[in-house]
Write a protein that binds this ligand. Structure first.
Ligand code: FAD
Ligand code: DHB
Length: 392
Protein backbone atom coordinates (compact mmCIF):
# COMPACT_ATOMS: atom_id res chain seq x y z
CA UNK A 1 0.00 0.00 0.00
CA UNK A 2 1.09 3.56 -0.64
CA UNK A 3 -0.28 6.96 0.43
CA UNK A 4 0.91 10.52 0.93
CA UNK A 5 0.47 10.77 4.71
CA UNK A 6 0.33 7.63 6.86
CA UNK A 7 -1.44 8.32 10.16
CA UNK A 8 -1.11 5.94 13.11
CA UNK A 9 -4.14 6.10 15.44
CA UNK A 10 -7.80 7.07 14.90
CA UNK A 11 -8.23 9.13 18.06
CA UNK A 12 -9.19 12.80 17.79
CA UNK A 13 -5.70 13.81 16.57
CA UNK A 14 -5.49 11.25 13.75
CA UNK A 15 -9.07 11.75 12.56
CA UNK A 16 -8.82 15.53 12.59
CA UNK A 17 -5.54 15.54 10.69
CA UNK A 18 -6.96 13.20 8.08
CA UNK A 19 -10.01 15.48 7.71
CA UNK A 20 -7.85 18.61 7.30
CA UNK A 21 -5.63 16.91 4.72
CA UNK A 22 -8.68 15.73 2.76
CA UNK A 23 -9.97 19.33 2.56
CA UNK A 24 -6.58 20.28 1.09
CA UNK A 25 -6.70 17.44 -1.45
CA UNK A 26 -3.97 15.43 0.32
CA UNK A 27 -4.38 11.66 0.59
CA UNK A 28 -3.99 9.84 3.91
CA UNK A 29 -4.56 6.38 5.39
CA UNK A 30 -5.26 5.87 9.11
CA UNK A 31 -4.13 2.66 10.76
CA UNK A 32 -5.86 1.97 14.09
CA UNK A 33 -5.27 -0.86 16.57
CA UNK A 34 -8.78 -0.92 18.10
CA UNK A 35 -12.22 -1.50 16.57
CA UNK A 36 -14.35 1.39 15.30
CA UNK A 37 -16.91 0.74 18.08
CA UNK A 38 -14.20 0.93 20.74
CA UNK A 39 -12.77 4.18 19.35
CA UNK A 40 -16.20 5.82 19.22
CA UNK A 41 -17.37 4.78 22.66
CA UNK A 42 -14.34 5.72 24.81
CA UNK A 43 -15.48 8.20 27.47
CA UNK A 44 -12.83 10.83 28.01
CA UNK A 45 -12.54 14.58 27.72
CA UNK A 46 -15.48 16.91 28.02
CA UNK A 47 -14.42 20.51 27.53
CA UNK A 48 -13.40 22.31 24.33
CA UNK A 49 -11.50 25.59 24.24
CA UNK A 50 -12.82 28.58 22.31
CA UNK A 51 -10.15 28.12 19.61
CA UNK A 52 -10.90 24.40 19.25
CA UNK A 53 -14.57 25.19 18.58
CA UNK A 54 -13.63 27.92 16.07
CA UNK A 55 -11.37 25.42 14.32
CA UNK A 56 -14.14 22.77 14.16
CA UNK A 57 -16.58 25.32 12.74
CA UNK A 58 -14.09 26.52 10.12
CA UNK A 59 -13.58 22.91 9.04
CA UNK A 60 -17.32 22.27 8.62
CA UNK A 61 -17.70 20.27 11.84
CA UNK A 62 -19.63 22.76 13.97
CA UNK A 63 -23.21 21.67 13.38
CA UNK A 64 -23.73 19.28 16.30
CA UNK A 65 -21.72 21.44 18.68
CA UNK A 66 -24.21 24.21 17.89
CA UNK A 67 -27.06 21.84 18.73
CA UNK A 68 -25.88 19.87 21.75
CA UNK A 69 -22.73 21.65 22.96
CA UNK A 70 -23.20 23.59 26.21
CA UNK A 71 -21.44 26.95 26.11
CA UNK A 72 -19.74 27.81 29.42
CA UNK A 73 -18.86 31.28 30.70
CA UNK A 74 -17.67 30.64 34.24
CA UNK A 75 -16.34 28.11 36.73
CA UNK A 76 -17.55 28.04 40.30
CA UNK A 77 -14.56 27.41 42.60
CA UNK A 78 -15.64 26.29 46.05
CA UNK A 79 -13.24 26.63 48.96
CA UNK A 80 -13.33 27.84 52.55
CA UNK A 81 -17.04 26.91 52.65
CA UNK A 82 -17.90 29.52 49.97
CA UNK A 83 -18.54 29.84 46.24
CA UNK A 84 -16.03 31.95 44.23
CA UNK A 85 -17.37 32.31 40.70
CA UNK A 86 -14.72 33.04 38.07
CA UNK A 87 -16.31 34.49 34.94
CA UNK A 88 -13.73 33.71 32.25
CA UNK A 89 -16.03 35.02 29.50
CA UNK A 90 -16.03 38.46 31.10
CA UNK A 91 -12.31 38.39 31.96
CA UNK A 92 -11.37 37.66 28.31
CA UNK A 93 -13.92 39.98 26.69
CA UNK A 94 -16.08 37.20 25.33
CA UNK A 95 -14.15 33.93 25.08
CA UNK A 96 -16.02 30.76 26.06
CA UNK A 97 -15.47 27.05 26.62
CA UNK A 98 -17.90 24.32 25.49
CA UNK A 99 -18.97 21.12 27.19
CA UNK A 100 -18.89 18.71 24.25
CA UNK A 101 -17.88 15.13 25.06
CA UNK A 102 -14.89 13.69 23.22
CA UNK A 103 -16.90 10.70 21.93
CA UNK A 104 -19.29 13.13 20.18
CA UNK A 105 -16.35 14.89 18.53
CA UNK A 106 -14.87 11.54 17.49
CA UNK A 107 -18.28 10.56 16.06
CA UNK A 108 -18.48 13.83 14.06
CA UNK A 109 -14.97 13.28 12.70
CA UNK A 110 -15.56 9.62 11.93
CA UNK A 111 -18.82 10.41 10.07
CA UNK A 112 -17.15 13.18 8.05
CA UNK A 113 -14.24 10.90 7.13
CA UNK A 114 -16.50 7.95 6.23
CA UNK A 115 -18.78 10.13 4.09
CA UNK A 116 -15.72 11.31 2.16
CA UNK A 117 -14.69 7.68 1.55
CA UNK A 118 -11.64 7.79 3.81
CA UNK A 119 -9.38 4.81 4.16
CA UNK A 120 -9.30 3.88 7.87
CA UNK A 121 -8.08 0.42 8.82
CA UNK A 122 -9.35 -0.85 12.18
CA UNK A 123 -8.01 -3.71 14.30
CA UNK A 124 -4.66 -3.32 12.56
CA UNK A 125 -1.95 -2.71 15.20
CA UNK A 126 1.18 -0.92 14.03
CA UNK A 127 4.29 -2.77 15.15
CA UNK A 128 7.01 -0.32 14.04
CA UNK A 129 7.91 2.40 11.55
CA UNK A 130 11.17 2.85 9.66
CA UNK A 131 12.79 4.57 6.69
CA UNK A 132 12.27 7.98 8.27
CA UNK A 133 15.31 9.46 6.51
CA UNK A 134 14.54 7.90 3.12
CA UNK A 135 12.01 8.62 0.36
CA UNK A 136 9.99 5.61 1.59
CA UNK A 137 9.04 5.97 5.25
CA UNK A 138 7.17 2.75 6.04
CA UNK A 139 4.52 1.82 8.60
CA UNK A 140 4.57 -1.89 9.51
CA UNK A 141 1.29 -3.26 10.84
CA UNK A 142 -0.70 -6.46 11.24
CA UNK A 143 -4.00 -7.25 9.55
CA UNK A 144 -5.76 -10.50 10.44
CA UNK A 145 -2.48 -11.71 11.95
CA UNK A 146 -0.56 -11.09 8.68
CA UNK A 147 2.29 -8.54 8.46
CA UNK A 148 1.59 -5.62 6.08
CA UNK A 149 3.29 -2.37 5.04
CA UNK A 150 2.17 1.16 4.20
CA UNK A 151 4.71 3.28 2.34
CA UNK A 152 4.19 7.05 2.64
CA UNK A 153 5.78 10.47 2.11
CA UNK A 154 5.31 11.31 5.80
CA UNK A 155 4.25 9.37 8.92
CA UNK A 156 2.27 11.02 11.70
CA UNK A 157 2.18 9.33 15.11
CA UNK A 158 -1.25 10.08 16.60
CA UNK A 159 -1.09 6.85 18.58
CA UNK A 160 -1.46 8.20 22.10
CA UNK A 161 0.82 7.90 25.10
CA UNK A 162 1.25 4.12 24.80
CA UNK A 163 1.75 4.07 21.04
CA UNK A 164 4.82 2.88 19.12
CA UNK A 165 5.75 5.88 16.94
CA UNK A 166 7.65 7.78 19.65
CA UNK A 167 9.96 4.75 19.95
CA UNK A 168 11.21 5.38 16.40
CA UNK A 169 13.07 8.47 17.62
CA UNK A 170 16.51 7.33 18.85
CA UNK A 171 17.33 7.76 22.56
CA UNK A 172 20.21 10.03 21.59
CA UNK A 173 17.71 12.49 20.07
CA UNK A 174 14.57 12.10 22.21
CA UNK A 175 14.38 13.80 25.58
CA UNK A 176 11.36 13.18 27.81
CA UNK A 177 10.18 15.05 30.88
CA UNK A 178 7.59 13.80 33.32
CA UNK A 179 5.97 14.01 36.71
CA UNK A 180 3.68 11.35 38.14
CA UNK A 181 1.20 12.63 40.73
CA UNK A 182 0.52 10.74 43.98
CA UNK A 183 -3.24 10.68 43.37
CA UNK A 184 -5.83 9.92 40.69
CA UNK A 185 -9.43 10.81 39.86
CA UNK A 186 -12.37 8.53 40.44
CA UNK A 187 -14.71 9.59 37.62
CA UNK A 188 -18.39 8.76 37.53
CA UNK A 189 -21.18 9.40 35.08
CA UNK A 190 -24.50 9.97 36.86
CA UNK A 191 -28.06 10.16 35.63
CA UNK A 192 -28.76 13.44 37.39
CA UNK A 193 -29.04 17.03 36.17
CA UNK A 194 -26.32 19.47 37.26
CA UNK A 195 -27.55 21.72 40.10
CA UNK A 196 -26.43 24.84 38.17
CA UNK A 197 -25.33 25.10 34.54
CA UNK A 198 -21.72 25.73 35.53
CA UNK A 199 -18.74 23.43 36.10
CA UNK A 200 -17.95 23.42 39.82
CA UNK A 201 -14.60 22.68 41.48
CA UNK A 202 -14.45 21.62 45.12
CA UNK A 203 -11.01 22.57 46.50
CA UNK A 204 -11.45 20.88 49.85
CA UNK A 205 -8.90 20.08 52.55
CA UNK A 206 -9.87 16.41 52.37
CA UNK A 207 -9.34 16.18 48.60
CA UNK A 208 -10.40 17.70 45.30
CA UNK A 209 -13.76 17.12 43.59
CA UNK A 210 -15.29 18.40 40.35
CA UNK A 211 -18.77 18.50 38.95
CA UNK A 212 -18.95 18.75 35.18
CA UNK A 213 -21.79 18.26 32.73
CA UNK A 214 -22.35 15.91 29.80
CA UNK A 215 -25.94 16.75 28.88
CA UNK A 216 -28.93 18.44 30.54
CA UNK A 217 -29.69 15.17 32.35
CA UNK A 218 -26.21 13.67 32.90
CA UNK A 219 -23.41 14.89 35.18
CA UNK A 220 -19.76 13.84 35.14
CA UNK A 221 -18.20 13.93 38.61
CA UNK A 222 -14.65 13.41 39.81
CA UNK A 223 -13.15 12.74 43.24
CA UNK A 224 -9.46 12.82 44.14
CA UNK A 225 -8.51 9.26 45.11
CA UNK A 226 -5.46 6.99 45.36
CA UNK A 227 -3.68 6.63 41.97
CA UNK A 228 -4.24 2.84 41.96
CA UNK A 229 -7.63 2.88 43.68
CA UNK A 230 -10.11 0.15 42.78
CA UNK A 231 -13.38 1.85 41.73
CA UNK A 232 -15.30 -1.06 43.24
CA UNK A 233 -13.99 -0.06 46.68
CA UNK A 234 -16.12 3.06 46.40
CA UNK A 235 -19.77 2.33 47.24
CA UNK A 236 -22.41 4.66 45.77
CA UNK A 237 -23.20 6.00 49.26
CA UNK A 238 -19.53 6.76 49.92
CA UNK A 239 -19.18 8.52 46.56
CA UNK A 240 -22.20 10.77 47.16
CA UNK A 241 -21.13 11.52 50.75
CA UNK A 242 -17.67 12.64 49.56
CA UNK A 243 -19.11 14.68 46.69
CA UNK A 244 -21.47 16.52 49.05
CA UNK A 245 -18.67 17.14 51.54
CA UNK A 246 -16.23 18.51 48.96
CA UNK A 247 -18.62 20.42 46.68
CA UNK A 248 -21.65 21.68 48.60
CA UNK A 249 -21.56 25.14 50.23
CA UNK A 250 -24.30 27.07 52.06
CA UNK A 251 -26.53 29.16 49.81
CA UNK A 252 -25.91 27.10 46.65
CA UNK A 253 -27.96 24.12 45.43
CA UNK A 254 -26.31 20.82 46.49
CA UNK A 255 -25.03 18.13 44.13
CA UNK A 256 -27.96 16.15 42.70
CA UNK A 257 -27.73 12.40 43.25
CA UNK A 258 -28.73 9.86 40.60
CA UNK A 259 -28.01 6.44 39.19
CA UNK A 260 -24.26 5.90 38.68
CA UNK A 261 -23.86 4.59 35.13
CA UNK A 262 -20.05 4.34 34.97
CA UNK A 263 -17.13 4.39 37.36
CA UNK A 264 -13.38 4.46 36.64
CA UNK A 265 -10.04 5.64 38.01
CA UNK A 266 -7.60 7.79 36.00
CA UNK A 267 -3.99 8.13 37.13
CA UNK A 268 -2.36 11.52 36.60
CA UNK A 269 0.86 12.52 34.98
CA UNK A 270 2.55 15.35 33.15
CA UNK A 271 4.74 14.21 30.24
CA UNK A 272 6.42 15.87 27.28
CA UNK A 273 8.67 14.48 24.54
CA UNK A 274 11.13 16.69 22.67
CA UNK A 275 11.43 16.98 19.70
CA UNK A 276 8.00 16.28 18.18
CA UNK A 277 9.49 15.57 14.74
CA UNK A 278 12.29 13.36 13.47
CA UNK A 279 13.08 12.93 9.79
CA UNK A 280 9.72 12.33 8.12
CA UNK A 281 7.93 11.46 11.38
CA UNK A 282 5.73 13.92 13.28
CA UNK A 283 4.15 13.23 16.67
CA UNK A 284 0.81 14.85 17.58
CA UNK A 285 -1.45 14.77 20.65
CA UNK A 286 -0.96 12.33 23.53
CA UNK A 287 1.85 10.57 21.60
CA UNK A 288 3.97 13.64 22.43
CA UNK A 289 2.43 15.00 25.61
CA UNK A 290 0.19 14.17 28.53
CA UNK A 291 -1.27 16.60 31.04
CA UNK A 292 -3.16 15.92 34.26
CA UNK A 293 -6.88 16.34 33.41
CA UNK A 294 -7.39 19.24 35.84
CA UNK A 295 -7.03 21.95 33.17
CA UNK A 296 -9.04 20.08 30.48
CA UNK A 297 -6.14 20.47 28.05
CA UNK A 298 -5.38 17.00 26.60
CA UNK A 299 -7.82 16.94 23.71
CA UNK A 300 -7.43 20.66 23.06
CA UNK A 301 -3.65 20.34 22.84
CA UNK A 302 -4.02 17.49 20.34
CA UNK A 303 -6.19 19.79 18.20
CA UNK A 304 -3.62 22.60 18.48
CA UNK A 305 -0.81 20.32 17.21
CA UNK A 306 -2.93 19.13 14.31
CA UNK A 307 -3.82 22.67 13.31
CA UNK A 308 -0.11 23.49 12.89
CA UNK A 309 0.73 20.19 11.22
CA UNK A 310 -2.25 20.28 8.83
CA UNK A 311 -1.23 23.76 7.64
CA UNK A 312 2.43 22.75 7.40
CA UNK A 313 1.62 19.73 5.23
CA UNK A 314 -0.76 21.78 3.09
CA UNK A 315 1.99 24.35 2.42
CA UNK A 316 4.40 21.58 1.59
CA UNK A 317 2.12 19.84 -0.91
CA UNK A 318 0.64 23.02 -2.40
CA UNK A 319 3.69 25.19 -2.74
CA UNK A 320 6.65 23.01 -1.87
CA UNK A 321 7.21 25.27 1.17
CA UNK A 322 8.97 23.57 4.09
CA UNK A 323 9.07 26.54 6.35
CA UNK A 324 6.13 25.71 8.66
CA UNK A 325 6.77 21.96 8.64
CA UNK A 326 10.38 22.46 9.68
CA UNK A 327 9.28 24.56 12.65
CA UNK A 328 6.45 22.21 13.70
CA UNK A 329 8.14 20.87 16.81
CA UNK A 330 9.42 24.28 17.86
CA UNK A 331 5.99 25.95 17.47
CA UNK A 332 4.07 23.19 19.28
CA UNK A 333 6.57 22.80 22.12
CA UNK A 334 6.63 26.50 22.90
CA UNK A 335 2.85 26.52 23.36
CA UNK A 336 2.80 23.09 25.03
CA UNK A 337 5.22 24.13 27.77
CA UNK A 338 2.81 26.96 28.62
CA UNK A 339 -0.05 24.43 28.69
CA UNK A 340 2.05 22.11 30.89
CA UNK A 341 2.75 25.01 33.24
CA UNK A 342 -0.97 25.82 33.52
CA UNK A 343 -2.08 22.19 33.94
CA UNK A 344 0.60 21.24 36.48
CA UNK A 345 0.11 24.52 38.36
CA UNK A 346 -3.65 24.06 38.67
CA UNK A 347 -3.26 20.40 39.58
CA UNK A 348 -0.84 21.34 42.36
CA UNK A 349 -3.06 24.17 43.56
CA UNK A 350 -6.26 22.20 44.06
CA UNK A 351 -5.25 18.68 45.16
CA UNK A 352 -4.10 17.47 48.54
CA UNK A 353 -0.60 15.96 48.39
CA UNK A 354 0.31 13.34 50.99
CA UNK A 355 2.73 14.80 53.52
CA UNK A 356 2.00 18.48 52.77
CA UNK A 357 2.26 20.57 55.91
CA UNK A 358 0.01 23.42 57.05
CA UNK A 359 2.28 26.01 55.41
CA UNK A 360 1.87 24.43 51.98
CA UNK A 361 -1.89 24.22 52.48
CA UNK A 362 -2.08 27.92 53.32
CA UNK A 363 -0.04 28.69 50.18
CA UNK A 364 -2.56 26.69 48.12
CA UNK A 365 -5.32 28.75 49.67
CA UNK A 366 -3.46 31.99 48.89
CA UNK A 367 -3.09 30.83 45.26
CA UNK A 368 -6.85 30.19 45.07
CA UNK A 369 -7.58 33.59 46.64
CA UNK A 370 -5.29 35.30 44.12
CA UNK A 371 -6.70 33.41 41.14
CA UNK A 372 -10.35 34.10 41.97
CA UNK A 373 -10.03 37.38 43.89
CA UNK A 374 -7.81 39.61 41.71
CA UNK A 375 -8.25 40.87 38.15
CA UNK A 376 -4.75 39.65 37.22
CA UNK A 377 -5.42 36.18 38.68
CA UNK A 378 -8.76 35.88 36.91
CA UNK A 379 -7.27 37.00 33.58
CA UNK A 380 -4.37 34.53 33.79
CA UNK A 381 -6.72 31.61 34.51
CA UNK A 382 -9.20 32.73 31.85
CA UNK A 383 -6.68 33.15 29.01
CA UNK A 384 -5.30 29.69 29.68
CA UNK A 385 -8.60 27.92 30.27
CA UNK A 386 -10.25 29.29 27.11
CA UNK A 387 -7.08 28.51 25.14
CA UNK A 388 -3.80 30.22 24.29
CA UNK A 389 -3.27 31.40 20.70
CA UNK A 390 -1.84 28.95 18.15
CA UNK A 391 0.96 30.21 15.91
CA UNK A 392 0.76 29.01 12.31
P1 FAD B 1 -5.85 9.01 21.77
O1 FAD B 1 -7.23 9.50 21.95
O2 FAD B 1 -5.21 8.24 22.86
O3 FAD B 1 -5.83 8.14 20.43
C1 FAD B 1 -4.73 7.33 20.08
C2 FAD B 1 -5.21 6.22 19.16
O4 FAD B 1 -4.11 5.47 18.72
C3 FAD B 1 -6.14 5.24 19.89
O5 FAD B 1 -7.32 5.06 19.14
C4 FAD B 1 -5.31 3.96 19.99
O6 FAD B 1 -6.11 2.80 19.94
C5 FAD B 1 -4.42 4.09 18.77
N1 FAD B 1 -3.16 3.33 18.88
C6 FAD B 1 -2.32 3.24 19.94
N2 FAD B 1 -1.29 2.42 19.65
C7 FAD B 1 -1.48 2.00 18.38
C8 FAD B 1 -0.75 1.13 17.54
N3 FAD B 1 0.37 0.54 17.93
N4 FAD B 1 -1.23 0.89 16.30
C9 FAD B 1 -2.37 1.49 15.86
N5 FAD B 1 -3.11 2.33 16.63
C10 FAD B 1 -2.66 2.58 17.88
N6 FAD B 1 -8.59 16.17 27.62
C11 FAD B 1 -9.19 17.39 27.58
O7 FAD B 1 -8.82 18.24 26.74
N7 FAD B 1 -10.25 17.71 28.41
C12 FAD B 1 -10.72 16.83 29.32
O8 FAD B 1 -11.70 17.13 30.01
C13 FAD B 1 -10.07 15.53 29.42
N8 FAD B 1 -10.52 14.58 30.26
C14 FAD B 1 -9.97 13.33 30.21
C15 FAD B 1 -10.48 12.35 31.04
C16 FAD B 1 -9.96 11.05 30.98
C17 FAD B 1 -10.55 10.00 31.90
C18 FAD B 1 -8.89 10.74 30.08
C19 FAD B 1 -8.30 9.33 30.01
C20 FAD B 1 -8.38 11.70 29.27
C21 FAD B 1 -8.91 12.99 29.32
N9 FAD B 1 -8.44 14.00 28.48
C22 FAD B 1 -9.00 15.23 28.50
C23 FAD B 1 -7.35 13.72 27.55
C24 FAD B 1 -7.86 13.42 26.15
O9 FAD B 1 -8.84 12.40 26.19
C25 FAD B 1 -6.66 13.00 25.28
O10 FAD B 1 -5.70 14.03 25.37
C26 FAD B 1 -7.05 12.78 23.81
O11 FAD B 1 -7.76 11.57 23.66
C27 FAD B 1 -5.79 12.74 22.93
O12 FAD B 1 -6.12 12.38 21.63
P2 FAD B 1 -5.10 11.60 20.73
O13 FAD B 1 -5.78 11.42 19.42
O14 FAD B 1 -3.78 12.29 20.77
O15 FAD B 1 -4.85 10.20 21.46
C1 DHB C 1 -13.70 18.17 32.73
C2 DHB C 1 -14.07 19.49 32.91
C3 DHB C 1 -13.13 20.42 33.36
O1 DHB C 1 -13.44 21.73 33.54
C4 DHB C 1 -11.84 20.01 33.63
O2 DHB C 1 -10.98 20.95 34.05
C5 DHB C 1 -11.48 18.69 33.46
C6 DHB C 1 -12.42 17.76 33.00
C7 DHB C 1 -14.70 17.20 32.22
O3 DHB C 1 -15.83 17.62 31.93
O4 DHB C 1 -14.39 16.00 32.10
Amino acid sequence: MRTQVGIVGAGPAGLMLSHMLHLEGIESVIIERASREHVQSRLRAGVLEHGTVDMLRELGLGERIGKIGLEQHAIDFRFGGESHRLDFHQATNGRSAWVYPQHELVTDLMNARMQAGAEILFETPVTRIDGLHTSKPTVHFEQGGEPRELVCDFVVGCDGFRGVCRDAIPDTVLKTYDRVYPFGWLGILAEAPAPTREITWGCHEEGFAMLSIRSPSVTRLYLQCEPDDDPDHWSDDHIWAELHKRLDVPGMPPVNEGKIMQKGVTAMRSFLAEPMQYGKLFLAGDAAHIVPPTGAKGLNSAMADVKVLGRGLAEKYRRGADHLLERYSQICLKRMWLVQRFSAGLCTMVHQFPGDNAFVRRLQRADLDYMTGTAAGRLAFSENFTGLPIET
